[in-house]
Design a protein around this ligand. Structure first.
Ligand SMILES: Cc1cc2nc3c(=O)[nH]c(=O)nc-3n(C[C@H](O)[C@H](O)[C@H](O)COP(=O)(O)OP(=O)(O)OC[C@H]3O[C@@H](n4cnc5c(N)ncnc54)[C@H](O)[C@@H]3O)c2cc1C
Length: 413
């Protein structure tokens, strides 16, 4: 039996495993792919680690720091191993995993899930037309170019104006493709302003807001798409359809926590689409933790890794049998779309770190924590908030005392 099984060997799984091994726990990592590092292995651009290491690193460089540490600490690593089943009744948990060497059973006291997120696909947005070759998700394109040296096409249409779409557009531009067009239904890009400037504007890559692909055209290979303009509610505007010639369509439609791969009945938050967690990232099943992009899609890997570091403290508290109190629920209200954690319930000294996604764009804003009668318990000034930027606040634990529920909203400063 081991103390902790970490499922997923991306940056958050690695960070949790390393922190726990440093505390002296017996830890194993189970990873379905043939290498550690998760999404970062294919993200060869820089921009990683600015918060966590205070340096700008490429994805593989960021991951390597944790991979080296994991091996030097003697953490057991199971690669090419898929978690098929998990039994989590009472204190002990059993993981049934499959690999080329057969079925393995692992008994553990704690499970930390760090399986990241998946890319939304064309079926989820009811993309019409035929199904020719040449339609890829952005992550697949990134993998083809960066890991296998394969260019997916020459005349590119990218659907989606989020960070991933912009990063892939810049990459294809630098690889010398003939043409790129980014289309998205919003009035402006949905990603970080930093990426709008550095990935799109700096390279003069064409883009069309309030535009969507109505259908894909092509028999063997993509020959083009039918574009249509949309209104503020994303309804197609009649008479605006137009054919656009391209040989490749890239779906950069957003990321969704990989909850379908959780093999237990943990409670899911419909707002984040990830598991509900407490302030130490423990799910609704005792002794089962969830970290990183599985909990919610983070803008920066640094924040995903921070959740793993916080969870490592929670795992330690759980294994030491420390006390919980009655939970206080954290509820997003009005101008906040989602919040993590969804509850606070441990006895602890330190402030509670919460991540929230604004539903509005606003200058001179105040993030307010209120009790159930609407009284303001605490506030955090921000010069500017926008939906594309996740906000991180540190809430004094004393604010939760005597409450059953607090709401978090954004007000004028
Ligand atoms: C195109 C793109 C560009 C990005 N650019 C940046 C950037 O510039 N800066 C930045 O800070 N962040 C960036 N990110 C985000 C960054 O990649 C993520 O924040 C980070 O990878 C999240 O780490 P994670 O460990 O939570 O998930 P992941 O990195 O996704 O790791 C999850 C791991 O779990 C494994 N797994 C899944 N299911 C199972 C299973 N059933 N059993 C075992 N293992 C499993 C997966 O194989 C994977 O290794 C980018 C992401 C993308 C997609």
């Amino acid at each position: 039996m081991i103390d902790v099984a970490v499922v997923g060997g991306g940056p958050s799984g690695l960070a949790a495993a390393v922190r726990l091994a440093e505390k002296g726990f017996d830890v194993a990592i189970i990873e379905v792919m043939g290498e550690l590092g998760g999404m970062l292995e294919q993200c060869i651009h820089d921009g990683f680690g600015t918060k966590f290491f205070g340096e700008t690193l490429s994805g593989p460089e960021f991951a390597e720091r944790f991979v080296k540490k994991a091996y030097s600490l003697g953490i057991q690593v199971f690669l090419n191993t898929y978690v098929k089943e998990v039994k989590a009744g009472g204190g002990l948990k059993e993981i049934v995993a499959v690999s080329s060497s057969g079925v393995q059973r692992l008994e553990t006291r704690v499970i930390v899930y760090a399986i990241g997120c998946r890319e939304r696909n064309g079926f989820e947005i009811r993309l019409g037309g035929t199904r020719p070759a040449g339609v890829y998700t952005a992550g697949m394109v990134q993998r083809l170019i960066n890991l296998y040296g394969v260019l997916p096409g020459r005349r590119i249409l990218i659907m989606g104006g989020g960070d991933v779409g912009m990063i892939v557009a810049r990459h294809l531009h630098l690889e010398g493709v003939e043409s790129i067009l980014i289309v998205f239904p919003e009035a402006g890009f949905a990603g970080l302003p930093r990426n709008v400037q550095q990935c799109v504007l700096d390279f003069g890559i064409p883009f069309r807001p309030r535009t969507v692909v109505k259908k894909i055209i092509g028999k063997e290979r993509v020959e083009g798409v039918v574009l249509t303009r949309v209104d503020e509610k994303w309804n197609p505007i009649e008479g605006t359809e137009e054919f656009y010639a391209c040989d490749t369509v890239i779906l950069a439609l957003g990321l969704v926590p990989y909850t379908c791969e959780l093999k237990l009945g943990v409670r899911i938050d419909p707002a984040t689409r990830g598991p509900e967690v407490n302030e130490f990232f423990e799910t609704s099943v005792e002794g089962v933790f969830a970290v990183g992009n599985l909990v919610q899609v983070f803008d920066y890997v640094d924040d995903a890794v921070e959740t793993a570091c916080i969870a490592a403290r929670g795992v330690e508290k759980y294994l030491n049998g420390e006390l919980k109190t009655s939970p206080v629920r954290l509820v997003p209200s009005g101008k906040v779309r989602m919040i993590v954690p969804q509850r606070v319930e441990w006895v602890d000294e330190e402030d509670v770190v919460a991540f929230l996604r604004p539903a509005v764009e606003k200058s001179n804003a105040r993030i307010e924590v209120r009790n159930s009668e609407g009284r303001v318990l605490g506030g955090f000034f921000r010069r500017y908030v926008r939906p594309s930027t996740l906000e991180r606040i540190e809430v004094s634990r004393s604010l939760f005392s005597g409450q059953r529920e607090v709401t978090v909203d954004i007000a004028d400063s």
